[in-house]
Design a protein around this ligand. Structure first.
Ligand code: SF4
Length: 294
């Protein structure tokens, strides 16, 4: 903990969004990044609590106090190493996580919490820009083969962990491109596709094989997978939407959010549409039911 009084003297400062006048001309990420010196000051607000509730609040158990201190000291290399101990892809979570860590931050009892999520994204950006994130192929191969079904964040993380243990890993993906929810569910303005692609490049360099447009149970029977591989990891996500059934549910123009979002992503990637009907909100009044991230 480099500056024990920073939480009393430095206010929370968020990077904020790009101006609307600029954003309307592209589909790029809207969140900006802070200057490195500002980011260090933000990290210095971490109080290094005796009981780090932020770490408990994080589903991954990220070690916030440790890497906040490293950001403050400008040791980005060590910061990304500590982050990677608990999180394969802090570049994804740093952009799209709802940040329960910040809700758990002790500082938030009487002040604005530490900008943990933004700090997490900042560490990965510095690390990628400075070439600190490299492929880590295993030194030895075990000779065992593992099939991972699904290439979303869970499938990618499982594949990386298994590959680093030395197993031969093949990831099967039914869609045209790798990424699952990251690529087809989350719009570009929150998570740009090149952020997924640079991780994909790393995973391929580490030796993971990706087989897209291959649906297990349809293109390849599950029995063949079980015969050909020593283990199978199912990471197919929760693709079925939760329906409601009020009167009028069968009227035209009612869609599940994921059908709309994945179609928009397919359009932007100039991929063939998988949903038979083109959904357009142009010149329409739209009612959204549900106030979550989706
Ligand atoms: S923003 Fe990062 S540190 Fe916070 S809860 Fe999400 S993954 Fe964990």
């Amino acid at each position: 903990m480099g500056n024990p009084k920073a939480f009393m003297t430095i206010p929370r400062k968020e990077a904020g969004y790009r101006p609307v006048s600029e954003r309307i001309y592209d589909f790029g990420e809207v969140e900006q990044t802070l200057h490195r010196e500002d980011r260090k000051l933000q990290a210095s607000r971490c109080m290094d609590c005796g009981i780090p509730f932020c770490q408990w609040g994080c589903p991954l158990g990220n070690k916030m106090p440790e890497w906040q201190d490293l950001i403050y000291k400008g040791n980005w290399k060590k910061a990304i190493e500590i982050l990677h101990e608990t999180n394969n892809f802090p570049d994804f979570t740093g952009r799209i996580c709802p940040a329960p860590c910040e809700k758990s931050c002790v500082l938030s009892l009487h002040e604005a919490p530490v900008t943990i999520r933004e700090n997490e994204a900042a560490v990965t950006e510095v690390a990628f820009n400075e070439g600190l994130i490299k492929a880590q192929a295993p030194a030895h191969r075990t000779g065992r083969k593992v099939a991972v079904i699904g290439s979303g964040p869970a499938g990618m993380a499982a594949a990386q962990q298994l590959n680093r243990k030395g197993h031969h890993v093949t990831v099967f993906e039914k869609s045209r491109s790798v990424g699952g929810l990251l690529r087809y569910g989350i719009p570009n303005f929150k998570l740009a596709k090149n952020v997924i692609d640079r991780r994909l490049t790393q995973l391929i360099e580490e030796g993971i094989v990706f087989q897209t447009q291959t649906e297990i149970g349809k293109d390849i029977p599950g029995s063949r997978l079980l015969a050909d591989y020593d283990a199978v990891c199912i990471a197919i996500g929760a693709g079925h939407p939760r329906n409601i059934d009020p009167p009028g549910r069968d009227l035209k123009g009612i869609y599940f959010a994921m059908d709309f979002l994945s179609q928009e992503n397919e359009l932007l990637m100039e991929e063939e549409l998988t949903f038979s009907e083109k959904i357009s909100a142009r010149n329409k009044h739209v009612l959204v039911i549900g106030g979550g991230d989706t």
